[in-house]
Each structure stands twice: as C-alpha cells, then as structure tokens.
Design a protein around this ligand. Structure first.
Ligand code: ADP
Ligand code: MG
Length: 269
C-alpha cells in the first residue's frame, strides 16, 4: 500500500484526530513498516503521538482492529494505544510514541540480547479470551502437513511478525505492530524470529542455536517444530508467488532452508 501523509487524509478525518489531540503543529511520516496507509508522528501541545491508519474497506482493516483489541493485554514495553477512531472511511489508531530505532538482527549485533529479553517476556503471556485473536492451528492449517496443525495449539500470546522494523530498541527492545496476534504454542514466535535472523545473515544453524535460549523452543517436540517449519515455508511460498517483492521471495527461501535444516538434524536432537 502507498503510504500517505497526514495532510492527505480527508479533512473530516483530520478534524476527528485534532478533536482528540488538539492542534497538530507538525507531521512526519514514519519510515519502515509496510502496511499502514498512514503512519505518522504528530507534534501536539501534549507531546508527540504516533498515528497509524488504514481505509476501513481495505482487506487489512480487520488486522488493525485486532491490533486495537489486543493492546490493553500487551506488556508495558509495548506502546499504549490512546484512542481508536473510525471516521470518513478511515480506521485510525493513536499511540504513545516510543523512543528507539529499528532493531539490528545481524550476527553479533548488541541488540540481539535485548530482542531475546523482550521475546522472553512475551513468552510468559497467556492470550486473552473474549477478543478476536486467531488460533495458530487454524491460521496455518491450510499449509500444515496433513494431521499436524493440532501440534500448533497452545495458550501463549504470539506476535507472529517479528521483523526488525517491528522492534524498536533503546535501552531495551519494544515489540510493536501487533496486527497478527495469535493464540498458540509458545515455540512458534521463536520459530518466526529464526526466519528474520536468517534474513539478517545468520545461518539456519546459528539462528536455531539462538532460539534455543527460549525454553519453549528447546523443549518443543521435534515433530511439531518440523510440521510448523513446513507450514511456514508453504505459507511464505504462497505469499511470494502472489507478490514477487524480493524480501518475500527471500523469506520463502529462508523458510525452505530452515525446514531443510531441521530435517537434516539427527533424531530428536
Ligand atoms: N508507538 C510507536 N512509537 C514510535 N515509532 C513507532 C511506533 N509505532 C510504529 N512506529 C514506527 O512506524 C513504523 C510503522 O509502524 P507499524 O506499526 O510497524 O506499521 P506497518 O503496519 O506500516 O508496518 C514502525 O516500523 C516504526 O518505525
Ligand atoms: Mg510494521
């Protein structure tokens, strides 16, 4: 989606925003991130606000509604949602601005322990009931080898999109962009992180070794890990077949490489 600037929003939507936050003195569009129609930092009398928005008829509008619904259940290190508006054909979220820059996942990066600590904190959180959180066994059922999707079940709140532009780092790591909250087995988020580590230059074996610091990944049944790796590779292959953006093609090949890595391991390791 083409990212628009604050001033490109319909006047009615801008008025609804200023009704919440008072006059906007300056607007700066965020770099990084891919999905939002608008992602902008606004200077107000009460300090900065991050506003993210998408047209209400966009296929990803439901993802933004899920993001709003999950926010009160997130750890304090995630940004607080101040308000959620639907107006003039736009779904708009107003967030606390967090300090920090995008995480660096490269081998040897000083951010890696901070990223691991933030994910370890998340691993302890149970997915809330009563709000629309997807279930892992449903989300990946179409891609899982027959009969294996039930291995993905669990109660943990998963982020499932741990790209470096969805992690802000200052003196700690903050996990942002909760468009895909999912309930499932705790080891799924470490698996998803593994692909992003490979993307940043780790070998599959190095990324696997990094993820073994998470008890969930260390103790997950090998059969379940392999089934998920197969499902995730199939899902990324489908994404890359419909959209040939180079990063999507690359992630599909990393997912295939990681699946092959797990299969080459002896027994249950
Ligand atoms: N609360 C926040 N504080 C500071 N920067 C943020 C915040 N939320 C998002 N950003 C910045 O805006 C970018 C896009 O936001 P994100 O929620 O990831 O939307 P998208 O769906 O477009 O990926 C992020 O990569 C980050 O740089
Ligand atoms: Mg993002």
């Amino acid at each position: 989606m083409i990212r628009r600037r604050f001033h490109d929003l319909p006047a009615e939507a801008r008025q609804a925003i200023t009704g919440k936050i008072g006059p906007v003195h300056a607007a700066r569009t965020a770099d990084g991130g891919l999905n939002s129609g608008i992602a902008t930092f606004l200077d107000t009398d009460h300090g900065p606000i991050f506003v993210k928005g998408i047209p209400t008829n966009h296929p990803q509008a439901p993802a933004q509604r899920r993001e709003a619904a999950i926010n009160p259940h997130l750890p304090r290190a995630c940004p607080r949602l101040y308000w959620h508006l639907e107006t003039a054909g736009w779904d708009l979220l107003g967030y606390e601005v967090l300090p920090g820059r995008h995480a660096d996942y490269a081998p040897g990066s000083a951010d890696l322990p901070l990223i691991a600590a933030a994910l370890a904190e998340l691993q302890e959180i149970t997915a809330p009931s009563g709000i629309p959180v997807k279930a892992a066994e449903q989300r990946w059922s179409a891609y899982a080898p027959p009969g294996t999707a039930t291995l993905f079940t669990g109660d943990t709140l998963l982020h499932t999109d741990l790209a470096p532009h969805n992690v802000l780092v200052d003196d700690r790591a903050h996990i942002i962009d909760w468009a895909w909250p999912t309930r499932g087995a705790a080891w799924i988020d470490p698996t998803i992180l593994i692909l992003r580590l490979i993307e940043a230059g780790h070998t599959p074996a190095e990324a696997d070794a990094f993820a073994r610091r998470f008890p969930s990944w260390r103790t997950a049944p090998a059969k379940a890990e392999k089934a998920f790796a197969a499902a995730n590779a199939a899902a990324w292959e489908e994404i890359a077949s419909t959209d040939t953006a180079p990063w999507k093609t690359a992630l599909a090949s990393h997912a295939i490489a990681f699946h092959a890595h797990l299969h080459a391991l002896p027994g249950n390791r």
